[in-house]
Design a protein around this ligand. Structure first.
Ligand code: HEC
Length: 459
């Protein structure tokens, strides 16, 4: 109902605009023709659809329809105008004005939105096909070249045709006989029709392997994460995600014998489908000085000692606030961050306050959407002097009005990994300014390895 009301409103606005233009066109027609007149599909709109929509809106990808031809775009003209006005597409749930700036932002600029809207208001003129940009080349090769190590689950996973999304963790032995520095990570979804997103990590405790063995078929089910506490994370993939090489001298270290974990969010499409997705690892060719390390807000200690026992979102509460903070104990650079909540998440803001009192909003997720969570990488790493405090403020909607609420009627919700539990964590990816490893394995990882073992034993 709301949807059709919005479309009627858009149609009314269109008539008002065109009537007004009719009055002035006799005198100003020359001016607008000189400025290029109304936008046409091939000249003005097609380049924008190519750049911002076709990563997903083409055959064999996750979006439900294609936007490759004039006809396909014209048919959905009013839907497109409405959805970009709401900034619901392309999917980018974070603020475009506060926080970041982040690499590869899936965002239409104001003037791009205006161009598409004017085109729809003008009744979607096709224009001259000679103005069209060359079709995009969607070659499915690795963008950074052939990886040094490609790992794929040996048995494809079979996804049912109908029902809820599924979250699987696949455990792939790395086969590494010595530890390796990694400077880039990329993913290749095996079946992009059903792969919504992929998260990577590595396990050295054997706990993931045990979970896998305990569940029949490839992989094991785990909604909110990897089902075990991994020793390190390996980024992730979502449609349109572009792999980048880490800053010079920065790497991730994967110890010998590690198991690689791929957590895959599957979206059913009405047909039985199969998938075996791959991770590609690029080994460092140059000496590495800094480990790309992780930190959590709230801290792992707080999660284990307090939140697991005390955290509670009362039922009905439509704006339940959660706060946490962490203070950097060393001079660092923040490379990227990953906000994480489940279905009740509403918004998520992380602010850094430096020791001199200056504040910077690092990220502001205005409309949390579990389906479109991502990792965000700063265009320029952010300097974090020792003593900088990270303040996280987030809200949950545990009311019946939240269509994503997994409980009907709502119930009190506590901390945990299940679909029906909640979490709120800001994962930070940092480098330490003082670290000079000279290509030697990071000593801190030894500590991490031990701690991961202990935690997994205590779960
Ligand atoms: C990262 C992938 C991705 C990109 C990029 C993307 N879309 Fe979508 N789009 C989807 C998916 C998936 C859906 C299905 C609904 C959903 O899951 O949100 C969708 C749905 C839609 C819908 C239908 C919404 C509804 O309520 O039925 C429209 C219209 C749309 N997209 C337009 C666009 C336009 C226009 C662009 C570019 C400006 C774009 N999309 C970019 C993935 C994408």
């Amino acid at each position: 109902m709301i949807r059709s009301a919005r479309l009627i409103f858009a149609a009314t606005a269109f008539f008002v605009v065109s009537a007004a233009q009719g009055v002035v066109s006799a005198t100003e027609g020359v001016v607008s023709a000189a400025q290029g007149g109304e936008p046409t599909y091939h000249r003005d709109v097609e380049p924008l659809i190519q750049k911002h929509c076709q990563d997903c809106h083409r055959p064999g990808q996750v979006a439900p329809f294609s936007l490759l031809t004039y006809e396909q775009a014209r048919k959905r003209g009013s839907d497109i105008a409405e959805i970009i006005e709401r900034r619901a597409m392309p999917p980018w749930p974070i603020s475009t004005t506060v926080g970041g700036p982040f690499r590869d932002a899936r965002v239409l600029a104001e003037n791009e939105i205006e161009t598409i809207q004017k085109w729809v208001e003008a009744d979607c003129p096709e224009g001259d096909a000679k103005d069209a940009p060359a079709a995009r080349d969607f070659a499915s090769t690795w963008t950074l070249g052939e990886p040094d190590l490609i790992l794929t689950p040996s048995v494809p996973f079979e996804l049912g045709a109908e029902g809820n999304d599924e979250f699987l963790v696949f455990v792939v032995p790395s086969g590494l006989v010595e530890g390796k520095w990694i400077t880039a990570i990329d993913y290749r979804p095996g079946n992009p029709k059903i792969v919504h997103h992929i998260l990577g990590a590595f396990d050295i405790s054997g706990a993931a392997r045990k979970k896998d063995e305990a569940e029949p078929g490839p992989g094991f089910r785990s909604f909110g994460g990897f089902g075990v506490l991994p020793a390190g994370t390996l980024g992730g993939w979502a449609p349109g995600k572009i792999a980048h090489v880490m800053p010079d001298g920065v790497g991730k270290y994967i110890p010998a014998g590690a198991d690689i974990l791929l957590q895959i969010h599957y979206h059913k499409n009405g047909k039985k489908e199969k998938d075996a997705s791959s991770i590609g690892l690029y080994f460092s060719k140059k000496p590495i000085d800094k480990l790309l390390r992780g930190a959590l807000v709230p801290t792992g200690l707080e999660i284990r000692n307090e939140l697991r026992h005390k955290f509670r979102i009362p039922k009905i509460d439509a704006h339940h606030e959660f706060r946490a903070n962490w203070t950097a104990t060393y001079d660092a650079h923040l490379i990227g961050l990953t906000p994480h909540m489940h279905w009740l998440g509403k918004d998520f803001t992380l602010v850094a306050t430096k020791p001199d009192g200056s504040k910077r909003t690092l990220i502001q997720v205005d409309r949390w959407n579990f389906n479109w969570q991502g990792s965000y990488e700063f265009i320029e790493p952010v300097a974090i002097p020792r003593g900088t405090r990270f303040d996280l403020v987030a809200h949950f909607d545990n009311s019946a009005d939240n269509p994503a609420n997994p409980h009907s009627p709502p119930v009190d919700v506590t901390w945990g990994e299940q679909t029906t539990d909640e979490m709120c964590i800001g994962f930070l990816q940092l480098t330490s300014d003082a670290e000079r490893l000279g290509d030697k394995p990071p000593p801190m990882l030894q500590g991490l390895i031990m701690r991961a073992r202990d935690r997994n034993r205590n779960r």
